[in-house]
Design a protein around this ligand. Structure first.
Ligand code: S3P
Length: 429
């Protein structure tokens, strides 16, 4: 057994109430947007996972001071961004690399962005091409399709982009690139809108017209500093929602979870599968709505997840596939081709993991059909450095007869360093 493996066994009922870590997308943006602000800002419940720490290191390298104050973090932005003295290492984080590319394309200096093996294999042409088309100098491997990326920014023209793919990272990068010069951006589906909500609260004139275009008016000077209360991450909560549904006798509560409507597909998908997810909205200051969630174990049925629903639960599809594997009947996942270019090819990694547990899976380009049953171990799952694959199969291991050993389990620290502590707190280990 390697040092980086963990083995999961069938668990007794999961019970109790936990607070999942802060939302990863909101945490990145709280740091990056306050880097561009006119004064210090306090961030509560920031996710201190590896992805966000990569963003924090970059924000510091660009001249901000980021200091801890009890459980909070304070960002002190520089008067003007500084040229970084070294390469910016985005680690495993696509959000760091793509949003930073947008910010740096507007800065009159040189910077280089790199990342780990997974990030250097992910598509970057989608961001490099529109930035080049609007005047930024961007070089990268394979003609700019892969990182490392080298950027000499400044001198941009107003951004206008009808995006070929619904991607919040891409949309956010272009809006950030266009802060001083203006931007018009449209995407073919509605991806998460955390950047738009935050920019509006920081004094930027930004609105969406009835043709779906986001119109950003050129903004003079820095943004207004914004204190951010980061909600709990629904993508992290999703592991417990599925675990609670499939482990017999479970009844668990998740406090203060973000329920931005662009993210709540996992709740709708679980409800479609027959899971009794209770969602009780709570009063929360700030741009993001929050709720307490409760799940009890239940029998699940297969369902179809496609179109807008698939987009609204894209990051949760690996763990929803685990739910599908324990459900009665077939679950059909479509319109999820973007899963192939995440931290791993998540269609391939989920399909091969489930097959090795005896489940019938038919892969298609943009999804898969999963014939439900009772996945079983003993099995070894190669998480391939992908945090969501590691945690999804850990959840399978809490129910499957036999054991599930996850190789590459360290990757949970990318988004959920306290995953095992929370599993213990719920009585699952
Ligand atoms: C994210 C956007 C999504 C998501 C990723 C986080 C973000 O990616 O999968 O985990 O914070 O903007 P895409 O923008 O590539 O769809």
């Amino acid at each position: 057994m390697s040092d980086d493996s963990l083995t999961f066994h069938p668990s007794g009922p999961l019970r109790g109430r936990i607070r999942v870590p802060g939302d990863k997308s909101v945490s990145h943006r709280a740091l990056l947007l306050n880097l561009l602000a006119d004064g210090p800002a306090r961030i509560r419940n920031l996710l201190a996972g590896e992805d966000v720490l990569s963003t924090m290191a970059a924000v510091r390298a660009l001249g901000a001071q980021v200091v801890q104050d009890g459980d909070d973090w304070i960002v002190h932005p520089p008067a003007a961004l500084q040229e970084p003295g070294d390469v910016l290492d985005c680690g495993n984080s696509g959000t760091t690399m793509r949003l930073l590319s947008g910010i740096l394309a507007a800065q009159p200096f040189f910077s280089v962005l790199t990342g780990d093996d997974s990030l250097r294999a992910r598509p970057m042409a989608r961001i490099v091409e529109p930035l080049r088309a609007h005047g930024a100098m961007v070089l990268g491997r394979r003609e700019g399709a892969r990182a490392p990326l080298a950027i000499r920014g400044g001198g941009l023209q107003p951004i206008g982009a009808d995006l070929p793919v619904a991607s919040a990272q891409l949309k956010s990068a272009l809006l950030l690139a266009g802060l001083q010069v203006g931007a018009r951006v449209r995407e073919p589906g509605r991806s998460r809108d955390h950047t738009e909500r935050m920019l509006q609260r920081m004094g930027v004139q930004l609105s969406q017209d009835d043709q779906g275009w986001w119109n950003l008016t050129p903004h003079e000077g820095p943004l207004q500093a914004l204190d951010v209360d980061v909600p709990g991450d629904l993508s992290s909560a999703a592991f417990w929602l599925v675990a609670g549904a499939i482990v017999p006798g479970s009844d668990l509560e998740l406090a203060g979870v973000g329920i931005n409507p662009t993210r709540t597909g996992v709740l709708d998908a679980l409800q479609k599968m027959g899971a009794p997810v209770q969602c009780t909205p709570i009063d929360a200051a700030g741009a993001e709505p929050q709720a307490d969630l409760r799940i009890r174990s239940c029998a699940l049925q297969g369902c179809t997840i496609d179109g807008d629903l698939a987009l609204r639960c894209l990051d949760e599809l690996p763990v929803l596939a685990i739910a599908a594997a324990f459900a009665e009947g077939t679950t059909r996942i479509r319109d999820a081709a973007e899963l192939r270019v995440k931290e791993s090819d998540r269609i391939a990694t989920v399909a091969s993991g489930l097959r090795s547990m005896g489940i019938e899976v038919h892969e298609v380009d943009d999804g898969m059909d999963i014939v439900g049953g009772m996945p079983a171990g003993p099995v070894i799952i190669e998480a391939g450095g992908d945090h969501r694959i590691a945690m999804a199969f850990a959840v399978a291991g809490l129910r499957a007869p036999g054991s599930v050993r996850i190789e590459g389990a360290h990757s949970v620290a990318t988004s959920y360093p306290a995953f095992l502590d929370h599993l213990k707190a719920l009585g699952g280990m």
